[in-house]
Design a protein around this ligand. Structure first.
Ligand code: DQA
Length: 149
């Protein structure tokens, strides 16, 4: 059975109240619930993880590799723009992943236009609010089917 890990980075635990003009009104719990529904409908296993701590996200990626997770969907949040450690964790484990963002990072401040992950991701989905996660999930399922995982 396909096994997908979703990782939410720092401050995403505040979704619902955090800058709704950029991130929408849905809470992280709602997004995780919708992902769980999609997982059930597609007979895929799903784990979700949120952390405000860079090292915990690195450990989650390392553990995903050890647990035979097939695919990671990550919204690295602010660590997108700063984290060599998260980049190195993906390079070390070679787990395929999609980078997602609720907001369109290319329509915001210049510092958000640089990502330490985009060039090593399978793809990037940015700007569709919570649907960025749903689109990433669909893409992950298609990818796993095509690579028969
Ligand atoms: C974000 C965009 C990042 O620039 C920001 O630091 C976040 C959220 C998004 O989902 O749009 O925390 O990743």
């Amino acid at each position: 059975m396909t096994n997908i890990q979703v990782i939410h980075g720092p401050n995403l635990n505040l979704l619902g109240t955090r800058e709704p003009e950029f991130y929408g009104a849905d809470t992280l719990a709602t997004i995780n619930q919708e992902l769980a529904q999609m997982a059930e409908q597609n007979a895929v296993q799903l784990q979700t993880f949120q952390s405000n701590v860079e090292g915990e996200i690195v450990s989650c990626i390392q553990q995903a590799a050890a647990k035979d997770i097939d695919f990671v969907i990550i919204n690295p949040a602010a660590y997108t723009h700063t984290s060599v450690a998260i980049r190195d964790a993906f390079l070390a484990t070679r787990i395929p992943f999609i980078e997602t963002h609720l907001s369109n990072v290319y329509a915001r401040e210049e510092f958000r236009m640089h990502s330490y992950l985009s060039d090593i991701a399978l793809g990037v989905i940015s700007g569709f609010g919570k649907n960025s996660y749903m689109l990433a999930f669909e893409a992950a399922i298609i990818h796993c089917k095509q690579t028969s995982k």
